[in-house]
Design a protein around this ligand. Structure first.
Ligand SMILES: Nc1ncnc2c1ncn2[C@@H]1O[C@H](COP(=O)(O)OP(=O)(O)OP(=O)(O)O)[C@@H](O)[C@H]1O
Length: 127
């Protein structure tokens, strides 16, 4: 059995894990324009949702959707970095990996936009 399976895995401190996650977020924030766009859209969506008084449950759904889009974008960024680490040359597999990860963000964003449109329409029509 491999050594790493037998030895008890040493866990790093929780504060170090948080620190690493926050530094990963800032790194992606500095390097990825898409994250700027998504965070700006999130602020606009939250402000607009407050203005039209969507229900608390709908607001929770909106926050989950925003979190999903940002999380997927961060995973997309991570995958881009790994692909670039593996090869800087043009390769169809590199393209497939990056484009598929981008498609994951795209799919979730489209679904999120449709759900938000439904929430907004439902809220405004009920008034
Ligand atoms: N090594 C490669 N081989 C082949 N095609 C690649 C390679 N690297 C990138 N591409 C193509 O170029 C596109 C953009 O790749 P890049 O790494 O610049 O990401 P990006 O512009 O930051 O993308 P995103 O807007 O999704 O964050 C990829 O989706 C892929 O189609």
């Amino acid at each position: 059995m491999a050594k790493y399976q037998i030895e008890k895995r040493r866990h790093k401190r929780l504060s170090k894990s948080f620190g690493d996650a926050i530094s990963g977020f800032w790194l992606a924030f500095r390097q990825e324009r898409n994250i700027h766009i998504q965070l700006s859209a999130a602020v606009i969506v939250i402000i607009f949702s407050l203005i039209i008084h969507i229900s608390r449950t709908d607001m929770m759904i909106v926050i989950i959707l925003i979190g999903g889009v940002i999380s997927l974008e961060l995973m997309n960024t991570a995958l881009e970095r790994v692909v670039d680490l593996v090869t800087r040359e043009r390769h169809p597999m590199a393209k497939a990996a990056k484009d598929t990860a981008a498609a994951a963000v795209w799919w979730f964003s489209v679904i999120a936009a449709l759900i938000y449109a439904y929430i907004v329409a439902g809220t405004l029509l009920l008034k």
